[in-house]
Unconditional design. Sequence first.
Length: 138
Amino acid sequence: MPPHVTILYPFVDTSAVDLWVEGQLRAIAGRTRPFRVRFTETGRFERVLYLAPRPAEQFVRLTQVLWARFPNHPPYGGNLPVVPHLTISVGPDQTLDLAASAIRPFLPVSARIDRLALFRQVNAESPRWEPLLTVQFR
């Protein structure tokens, strides 16, 4: 999986992605302007190290818009708060501590966010994901 900030997961099963779903994603992207963010600091979840985007509000807004369009797919199954993040490492605390120490000297990192991408897992046993659809912001 390339670096990304998750907008809505879990999403529509990729076997159910049809022209209507694609059209909805294209419509949302068509109403969204590209924006710039800076990844200024690291953050942690259990066994996850991430970069925190600033400002985060545009990612939260996109999550809300997609969830409103796909109400049967609440973010993180409705079990976790929406915290925009770019995952950089998964593992035990010691590994995450080392990764955080290694990356901090390179922060902040700036990025232009200009598209939505829908990924699918290659298969249930594989950690690999591949792009299914990418739509540009207007």
